[in-house]
Ligand binder design. Structure first.
Ligand code: MG
Ligand code: ZN
Length: 222
């Protein structure tokens, strides 16, 4: 990358950070706790939401922003759970940015919700650079991706609040040691929580749900 291109990218990221700070402030003011879910395609972000949201309802009011390169398929899946959802179709862009999220939030009943999930575009690279104004970044990976993903894509695993290791029902078919994933994660994000679970069988979901509920209780504090 040449000097001019680096300068342009720095300006884009600075503008994104300013917008993200605005979003963070607005969500804090409304007492909304937000989670930016990042992962490679197919790790099960939407399945995690389908397993999570019905278990939080009706006591926790949830809304979702769905990011995809194309189609509204994921938003349709979330819509059938009966919670407000906005689909962002990026039309080719491989990540969400704060401006896209700011526009999407304008279409949600923010006064009525306590928890916001932002499902990012499936990509383990550039979503790491784009703060969306979320309180927590959560990486979702599946056991089928192999235990070396945190080491190969350290940027996205850096300073995250939690890592979900999904599809543990497939462990008998995969050469993956959960311990190795967990220790790689804690090297990159020493404070991150680690949740091995299966959306399919429900194994491990309770621990994840307890963490979400705990973060919500803290969310109304200034
Ligand atoms: Mg999805
Ligand atoms: Zn991108």
């Amino acid at each position: 990358m040449g000097a001019v291109e680096i300068k342009v990218l720095k300006n884009i990221l600075k503008a994104n950070e300013d917008l993200a700070e605005g979003i963070r402030g607005a969500l804090r003011e409304k007492g909304i706790v937000s989670f930016n879910l990042v992962s490679s395609p197919g790790s099960g972000k939407t399945s995690l939401l389908e397993a999570t949201i019905p278990r939080l309802l009706p006591s926790v009011k949830v809304a979702v922003v769905e990011g995809d390169v194309a189609t509204a398929r994921d938003a349709e899946r979330i819509n059938s759970l009966g919670v407000p959802v906005v689909q962002i179709e990026t039309g080719g862009a491989c990540h969400l940015d704060a401006n896209m999220v700011r526009k999407a939030l304008g279409e949600l009943p923010l006064g009525e919700i306590a928890l916001l999930f932002i499902e990012n575009v499936g990509n383990l690279v550039c979503p790491a650079n784009y703060d969306l104004g979320e309180r927590h970044r959560v990486v979702v990976m599946s056991v089928a991706e192999g235990e070396d993903k945190p080491l190969k894509y350290p940027g996205i695993f850096h300073e995250v609040s939690a890592v979900v290791l999904n599809k543990t029902d497939l462990l008998p078919l995969c050469d993956v040691e959960v311990e190795k994933v967990s220790s790689a994660v804690s090297r990159l994000s020493p404070d991150a929580r680690f949740f091995p679970l299966s959306c399919k069988t429900g194994e491990g979901l309770d621990v994840w749900l307890d963490w979400l509920r705990g973060e919500l209780e803290g969310g109304s504090r200034p």
